[in-house]
Write a protein that binds this ligand. Structure first.
Ligand code: MN
Ligand code: MN
Length: 293
């Protein structure tokens, strides 16, 4: 990989690691969800970087894709299991990293996804298959009495691209992609007390542009203009400037200019933990870009 590309992946990783770590320490009972989200997102810009996607803050049975709405009045509560998932990009080169904060007594659940991630990272090297990583993740989580979420996976990364091969499963599969030097991907195990399968909820806060088509309705045009700088990366409904733009979203989805990422949840009352790092495969292992250094 070219030296200047590596530098951008590293720089994004350092910023993401620092901001995620500090942000996680600020989650306490009574803290405003909206204020936390906006404060962490602002710090990415203050560091001279951009967001790869809106900060995901997903509670309890929600595994992914929740973020604050414009007038979100939620506060963190005793017992909450809070997933913080941050994506930082520099010139489109992405650092994707996540951690879980326990406001209850769920230390073992949180440890399960943390250990699964650590074990999988130690196995990464050229020639290893994605299926072997999935098996290691599944073993670490099941041996602690939880289930891995089977329909969420790690994923390859590229400039302005969040999801591409290789897919890194959270369960054992036969084969899968053979890892090669220079591959960039995120591994993200989810451990759950629920079914091990997530479904879409009706709550929708995160969108991205998937096609360029003529758009004539002024409010829809305003949405498209305001998100051009995302270059296809996801954005939050909260980032749109007025209510008319929010109403235009449904039409843009119907005409397949935008796609939406509904909140993904395991069964009601279950608890889900997640840990995630981004890495680059080297000759004999990998460099984790999103670890605190
Ligand atoms: Mn992530
Ligand atoms: Mn990810």
């Amino acid at each position: 990989m070219k030296e200047d590309l590596l530098e951008k992946y590293y720089a994004a990783g350092v910023i993401a690691a620092k901001i995620l770590n500090n942000g996680a320490q600020e989650i306490r009972v009574g803290v405003s969800y909206l204020e936390l989200v906006e404060s962490i997102e602002a710090r990415v810009k203050e560091e001279g970087a951009d967001l790869a996607f809106p900060l995901n803050v997903s509670l309890n049975e929600d595994a992914a894709h929740d973020t604050a709405s414009t007038r979100d009045d939620r506060v963190f509560s005793k017992g909450d299991v809070v997933k913080l998932d941050l994506g930082v990009q520099i010139d489109g080169y992405i650092a994707d990293t996540a951690t879980t904060v326990d406001l209850g007594n769920n230390g073992n659940l949180i440890e399960a996804s943390r250990q699964a991630l650590d074990t999988a990272i130690k196995k990464v090297r050229p020639g290893v298959t994605a299926g072997e990583l999935g098996a290691a993740i599944q073993f670490e989580i099941e041996s602690r009495g939880y289930r891995p979420v089977s329909n969420l996976t790690g994923h390859g990364l590229d400039q302005f691209v969040i999801h591409k091969p290789p897919t890194i499963p959270n369960i054992a599969i036969n084969g899968g992609v053979v890892l090669e030097e220079g591959m960039v991907f995120a591994i993200e195990p989810f451990a759950t007390t629920g079914s091990g399968h997530v479904n879409e909820k009706s709550r929708m806060e995160i969108y991205s542009q998937i096609a360029h088509k003529p758009v004539r309705i002024p409010s829809a045009r305003a949405v498209i203009d305001s998100i051009q700088e995302r270059r296809g990366l996801p954005f939050a409904r909260r980032w749109l400037k007025d209510k008319k733009m929010e109403l235009a979203l449904a039409g843009l989805i119907r005409s397949q200019v935008l796609t939406v990422y509904p909140v993904l949840s395991d069964i009601a009352g279950s608890l889900v933990s997640q840990h995630e790092h981004t890495m680059i495969v080297t000759e004999d292992g990998c460099i984790v870009t999103t670890r605190m250094r």
